[in-house]
Design a protein around this ligand. Sequence first.
Ligand SMILES: Nc1nc2c(c(=O)[nH]1)N[C@H]1C(S)=C(S)[C@@H](COP(=O)(O)OP(=O)(O)OC[C@H]3O[C@@H](n4cnc5c(=O)[nH]c(N)nc54)[C@H](O)[C@@H]3O)O[C@H]1N2
Ligand SMILES: Nc1nc2c(c(=O)[nH]1)N[C@H]1C(S)=C(S)[C@@H](COP(=O)(O)OP(=O)(O)OC[C@H]3O[C@@H](n4cnc5c(=O)[nH]c(N)nc54)[C@H](O)[C@@H]3O)O[C@H]1N2
Ligand SMILES: [Mo]
Length: 815
Amino acid sequence: MTNHWIDIRNADVILIMGANPAENHPVSFRYVLEAKEHGAKVLSVDPRFTRTSSKADVYAPLRSGTDIAFLGGMIKYILDNELGHREYLQLHTNATFLVDPLFQMPGELDGLFSGYNLDKRSYDKATWGFQRDENGIPKTDLSMQDPNCVFQLLKTQFARYTPEVVSDITGTPVEKLEEIYGIYGASGQPGKAATIMYAMGWTQHTVGTQNIRTMAIIQLLLGNIGVAGGGVNALRGESNVQGSTDHCLLFHILPGYLPTPHAGLKDLSTYIEKTTPTTTDPQSANWWGNRSKYITSLLRAHFDQTLTAEDEFGYQLLPKLDEGQNASWLMLFDQMFREKIKGFFAWGQNPACSGSNANKVREALSKLDWMVAVNLFDNETASFWKGPRMDPAKIDTEVFFLPVAASFEKEGSITNSGRWAQWRYKAVEPFGNSLPDSELMNELQHRVRARYAAQGGAFPAPILKLSWDYGFKLLNGKVGKIDVHAVAKEINGYFLVDKEVNGKQFKKGDPVPSFAFLQNDGSTSSGNWLYCNSYNADGNNMARRSHSDPSGIGLYPQWSWCWPVNRRILYNRASVNADGIPWDKEKPVIWWDGGKWKGDVPDGGWKPLSQEGTKKSFIMLPDGVASIFAAGMKEGPFPEHYEPLECPIEKNPLSGTKNNPAMKLFYEGEEKLPEDVFFSCDQRYPFVATTYRVTEHWQTGIMTRNTPWLLEMQPHLFVEMSPELAKDRNIAQGEMVRVSSGRGSVEAVAVVTKRFRPFKVQGTTIHQVGLPWCYGWNTPNVGDSANLLTPTAGDANTMIPETKAFMVNVEKLEG
Ligand SMILES: Nc1nc2c(c(=O)[nH]1)N[C@H]1C(S)=C(S)[C@@H](COP(=O)(O)OP(=O)(O)OC[C@H]3O[C@@H](n4cnc5c(=O)[nH]c(N)nc54)[C@H](O)[C@@H]3O)O[C@H]1N2
Ligand SMILES: Nc1nc2c(c(=O)[nH]1)N[C@H]1C(S)=C(S)[C@@H](COP(=O)(O)OP(=O)(O)OC[C@H]3O[C@@H](n4cnc5c(=O)[nH]c(N)nc54)[C@H](O)[C@@H]3O)O[C@H]1N2
Ligand SMILES: [Mo]
């Protein structure tokens, strides 16, 4: 979230699209309802009518996988009706920037941008740059009239997205499109704010990242980023999914969003040189220019502090990716299937049910030499060898199960969607033999280290030089009990020598006050620069619990702690004009008062933009302004509608390019496996399908299927379908049906409901169905995972599987 949960109550319009918070984020919904009580309009756009839709002022259906078309139409509407916030665009975005005249767009190139290479399925981005002056600073046209300026190019790109074309793709009636566009577009007035709440309905697509980009463009056009009640707000999933991403759950980033080194970055200085963005613009803060301080401080936290600059502080001990290597979810299980991965820790997960194309995942597990399942309960992954289609006699995988303590049996922090890191205490002792995850890791670390110490091995240094100072040590060198405060303090970081920084004197062992004090000479450590400030001389800021709200807009600055440096609303310098006066005088986030900023922690403390010696408002980007034109994306600097990999229509009405041309097929360079089949416009699989959650179950259901009263409320896999489809297939309410795709099938109870309506798309009727994915064979008589149906196709930028739009058949089960 750029903003945070409580801030939703400040919105004048709330668009909920690609999420169902009434069911999946119920606590957030109180802020939606609070806003509504104050007169806010709530809009729900979802292929089916949900509990969220039932509270909305306007509901619009759309066919799964067509959100870019829907939102592209909104961009056109905003531009045609001049609803954009002109001054904001000129001041805070690249709308005024002039693009290379050789740049071409899908309207000219039949769905492609300039530079496409079919063999590589990727773009050469040579023409996706800005025209620059002799100092290397982008040229601009403040009037935004130049045909090559971003604003005019945006107009041209989305002129093609007329309501009729959009409706023909999405199946949304034209009147509904215009009603939603009108209400949302009205938030472009200064002083009005609209927010977007999205989650998996947007991300789990081959165009997932561009879905969100399209909305980011809308929010910038309307001046909705940085203000109270605005922003682009991802409703994160698990309670700590934000924290786990910040601390590098993903393969391509180290803690604090530093890129994972790859083989080509052969030493620390090359890493720093190649990954640090530069700018010649004196008005750009270019905050990532601090990369060297953050990576060096990370290495100091990670490894033995006797390592020196000559040892590159241990840079060579970090794991490195091969150049171009992709180690995301689909890829890992593909490699496992191909027997290239021999061992696997299934730590706090259940991929046999949560992974797309779960039959393939389950088979991949059977090819492992060993697997360790770390969990509260047995699940379909730990016991995969007992599951359907498995013959235990033929499976050699050795499986270990480590019982683990549940969240309330251990202390630590979780970081919520609003970036608030909140400290939690232990309520009860762990049950039976189970240990907290940290103690299991401690044990594992100790034993692996002891083995390397005794036996050497191929490359012992990364293990032997790992620092592990998380508590008192026993005689055998093992940390007796992990002190989670020591972990949190290491994440914040320490001074490693006596030193003066920014005019302040620090002693060796002092915590670093905030990331502005981190150094690149090895004199500071920090396990995650973004969290530097979370646990400092003031104590554990994550444990703060003050209810004071001097802002009056719900920032609660002394409740817990939020990254970065307790800034509650990101990009908040865009909430003011060039003189530092808020666009919204009733709900100001920051304001310039008597020579200093007041309100939230400003996004960079420089003076207002009209004054000398200032820096622009989007400090993380080298150009200093927000990107309406974003060359960093894989499939184009502007979004374009492409169909899901499996889709029901022959031709993309907008162009001859049907699917995302930069979509990453994870088997690239290797033969496609027979398990990875896709069917579009195939009469065997005529219906669009999607998957979703129910309030009563949590994820694959391991915690909730083991809770009898929750299972009683949602006892069996079901498939929702319209009365029209049910009639067509002679299916009655409550009957058992088989739902099948090219990859597998499940048996489900038919729920015949008007929540799904047939779509009119390109003159034909298209049906959509939907299933929850919270079941599995390990609980008797509940049905199996909906992921037996889903495809192994991924988003071009993130590789998240396309589990929200694919093709199936539905048949009545005879007998
Ligand atoms: N009770 C409960 N709460 C949960 C979870 C849970 O399992 N149970 N899981 C948590 C986790 S990890 C996450 S990530 C979040 C996910 O939160 P959500 O994203 O809200 O979860 P979903 O129900 O998967 O999907 C949301 C909606 O997207 C719709 N949808 C499907 N396809 C499309 C499409 O193409 N476009 C649009 N606009 N909408 C589409 C679905 O109909 C569904 O209503 O929930 C969290 N909260
Ligand atoms: N078709 C389809 N598939 C999806 C999605 C979808 O919308 N549609 N959503 C995707 C999303 S957003 C997500 S987040 C994934 C989730 O995918 P997974 O993470 O694989 O699924 P979970 O059921 O959340 O598994 C979490 C496991 O952790 C265990 N656990 C609970 N607490 C602890 C703990 O403290 N320590 C340890 N070690 N274990 C613990 C639980 O018992 C459970 O077995 O699924 C994805 N799969
Ligand atoms: Mo999630």
